[in-house]
Design a protein around this ligand. Sequence first.
Ligand code: ATP
Ligand code: NCN
Length: 202
Amino acid sequence: MSEEQAIGIMGGTFDPIHYGHLMLADCALDQFKLEQVIFVPSANPPHKFNKKITPVEMRYEMTLLATMDNPYFTVSKVEMKRPGSSYTIDTVKYFRERYPEYQIYFITGADTILEIDTWKSPNELMQIVYFIAAVRPGYSFERLEKEFYQKYRDRIFFLEMPEIGISSTDIRNRIKAGKTIKYQVHPAVEAYIKKYQLYLKE
Ligand SMILES: Nc1ncnc2c1ncn2[C@@H]1O[C@H](COP(=O)(O)OP(=O)(O)OP(=O)(O)O)[C@@H](O)[C@H]1O
Ligand SMILES: O=C(O)c1ccc[n+]([C@@H]2O[C@H](COP(=O)([O-])O)[C@@H](O)[C@H]2O)c1
């Protein structure tokens, strides 16, 4: 790990953003001494093109609400301004140009990092940024170590954080089933979901 100034990019669909995302970003900020974490809601997530997702403007607004009380968190519209699939390689090139002096870390959960070879230009991506990978229930460090290619080892750092069994899928299912989502999402996000009656139907 470098001693240089560093920022984190937290990419996600955030449909909706939950405390798993926020804890991941905060633990990365702390462990890697990041100056800030920039949340980047994915306009057209490449691996979710066949799924019905909430309009990105609403996912962006929920991300703003969830992060507004943390001065080290910001939210970027960069992927919302780009037409077509929201590829991470394009996003990190944008931030590389904007922050030439900074080390850039792309923050992910274990499920995401294990799919990296299916992303656009993974080798180039690995040269531009470092990755931070956190455990997630079902994805232990042992599994990450075992399934990881030797070639990426020095580009990926593992993050220590409590395993959080929260997912956006589960939250959407809970809402459909009329169950509480309190303490799983920021109260302002919970209010937004209620106000716009999100996730009640398929
Ligand atoms: N509970 C969690 N613990 C650790 N990482 C997480 C957690 N939830 C999401 N992440 C990570 O945050 C990033 C963005 O995730 P995403 O917005 O797809 O949320 P999700 O909960 O995985 O959504 P879905 O259930 O709809 O697939 C991904 O890298 C994912 O691995
Ligand atoms: O660039 C790619 O090919 C690519 C493929 C799958 C996922 N990603 C990024 O990984 C992040 C997490 O994705 P998701 O679908 O789990 O929300 C998000 O920033 C996506 O844009 C990127």
